[in-house]
Design a protein around this ligand. Structure first.
Ligand code: ADP
Ligand code: MG
Length: 340
C-alpha cells in the first residue's frame, strides 16, 4: 500500500480519542472556552448523562460570523501563545471543537457585541454544515448531541447515566471554584442540578464559592492555609479532622488557577493528615498553588490535568508543612504529639 495522509476527520477522531474520554471531558472543554471568552455567566444543560445532549451557553465575547468556520478547524485558536510556558488562557491548542465535532453533532451559535445578528455553524461526525443566520443574545451557545455516535466503540465504554452525570457535576464544581466571580448553573435531565451565584472578587468571595460547592458548613469546619516557600505560594482551606469524607473526591487542587489532579499533591495531603485521620477518612481540601510558570509544566497531557513540578520535593514539603502548621495553630494535635 502506498503511504497516504489520513483524512481530516480521521485525524480529529484520533485526537478526540485522547482528549474526549467521556461527556465530562466535553463539558470541561466548553466551559473553559466560555471562561476564556470572558463570560460572567455559564449555563450547562445536559441530558442522558451528556450522551444525548450537552449545551453550554455563555455571555462572553462571542465569535464573529466570519470566524465560525475557523473555530471548528484543527489547530485554529484565537489564544495565540508565544511561549508555551506562559499560557494565560485555559485553552490554546485549537483542538477541542474539531475533535468533538468529529465524534458528535455539534453546533455553535454565536453573536459578538458588535455583530447585529447571530450566526450558526454545525459539524456532524466531521462533516461541516453551511453557516446560517440565527437569533441569539451576545455570547455563544455550543450544543453537542449524540456524543460518540460516530465512534460506536467509544460509546460502549460509557458508564451509566448516573456516573456520567456525576462526573459532569464534579468537573463543573472543580472549575467553578477557580472562578468565584462567574455564575454557573448546571441542569441535567436527572436531578444533577447546581446553582452557583457569582461572588465578589476577594478572599471572602472565594471562600463563599467553596462553601457553595462543599456545603455551607465547610467554612466553620475548615482552617485557612497561607504559606510561601522559595517563590511557591500556597493558599486555600482544609477541613478539620472531624469533617471528613469516605473518599478523596472533595480534594480540589489548582496550579496557577488551573484545576489539576496530581498524585504528588494528593500524597502530600494524605501525609499531612496521616497523624490525625484514620486511614479510611479523607479531608476536604481546596488548595491553590501559585508559582512561576517556568518551574511547572501544566501541559503534560491535554486532558489528564497532570502537572510536573521542577522541584517536587519543595512542593510536597510546602503542602505538608503548611497543613501541619495550620492544624497545630488551630490546636489540633496528632495522636502522637498530642500524647507527648
Ligand atoms: P482553543 O480553546 O484551544 O483555542 P477550541 O477548539 O476549544 O480551541 O476553540 C477554538 C476557538 O473557537 C477558540 O480559540 C475561540 O476563538 C473560539 N471559541 C470557542 N468557544 C468559544 C466561546 N464560548 N466563546 C468565544 N469564542 C469561542
Ligand atoms: Mg478550548
Amino acid at each position: 500500500m502506498p503511504i497516504r495522509q489520513l483524512s481530516e476527520t480521521m485525524i480529529n477522531q484520533i485526537a478526540a480519542g485522547e482528549v474526549i474520554e467521556r461527556p465530562a471531558s466535553v463539558v470541561k472543554e466548553l466551559v473553559e472556552n466560555a471562561l476564556d471568552a470572558g463570560a460572567s455567566k455559564v449555563e450547562v444543560v445536559t441530558s442522558g448523562g451528556g450522551l444525548n445532549l450537552i449545551r453550554v451557553t455563555d455571555d462572553g465575547s462571542g465569535i464573529p460570523e466570519q470566524e465560525l468556520a475557523l473555530a471548528i478547524a484543527r489547530h485554529c485558536t484565537s489564544k495565540l501563545v508565544e511561549d508555551i510556558h506562559d499560557i494565560r488562557s485555559l485553552g490554546f491548542r485549537g483542538e477541542a471543537l474539531p475533535s468533538i465535532g468529529s465524534v458528535s453533532r455539534l453546533s455553535i451559535r454565536s453573536r459578538t457585541a458588535s455583530g447585529d445578528s447571530a450566526a450558526e455553524i454545525g459539524i456532524e461526525g466531521g462533516r461541516v454544515l453551511p453557516i446560517r443566520p440565527a437569533a441569539a443574545n451576545r455570547g455563544t451557545t455550543v450544543e453537542v448531541r449524540d456524543l460518540f455516535f460516530a465512534t460506536p466503540a467509544r460509546l460502549k465504554f460509557m458508564k451509566g447515566e448516573r456516573a456520567e452525570s456525576s462526573a459532569i457535576s464534579d468537573i463543573v464544581k472543580r472549575i467553578a471554584i477557580a472562578f468565584p466571580t462567574v455564575r454557573f448553573t448546571l441542569a441535567g435531565s436527572d436531578r444533577t442540578t447546581l446553582e452557583l451565584p457569582a461572588t465578589e472578587d476577594s478572599a471572602d468571595g472565594s471562600l463563599r464559592r467553596v462553601a457553595q460547592v462543599m456545603g455551607a458548613d465547610f467554612p466553620d469546619n475548615s482552617i485557612a492555609i497561607d504559606a510561601m516557600r522559595e517563590g511557591v505560594h500556597l493558599t486555600g482551606h482544609v477541613s478539620i479532622p472531624s469533617f471528613t469524607r469516605a473518599n478523596a473526591l472533595q480534594q480540589y487542587a489548582y496550579v496557577n488557577g488551573r484545576p489539576v489532579r496530581d498524585k504528588l499533591i494528593a500524597g502530600a495531603i494524605r501525609g499531612a493528615f496521616a497523624d490525625v485521620l484514620p486511614r479510611d477518612r479523607h479531608a476536604v481540601t481546596v488548595l491553590f498553588l501559585t508559582l512561576h510558570p517556568a518551574i511547572v509544566d501544566v501541559n503534560v497531557h491535554p486532558a489528564k490535568a497532570d502537572v510536573r513540578f521542577r522541584d517536587p520535593g519543595l512542593v510536597r514539603g510546602l503542602i505538608v508543612g503548611a497543613i501541619r502548621q495550620a492544624l497545630a495553630d488551630a490546636g489540633i494535635r496528632s495522636a502522637t504529639t498530642g500524647a507527648a
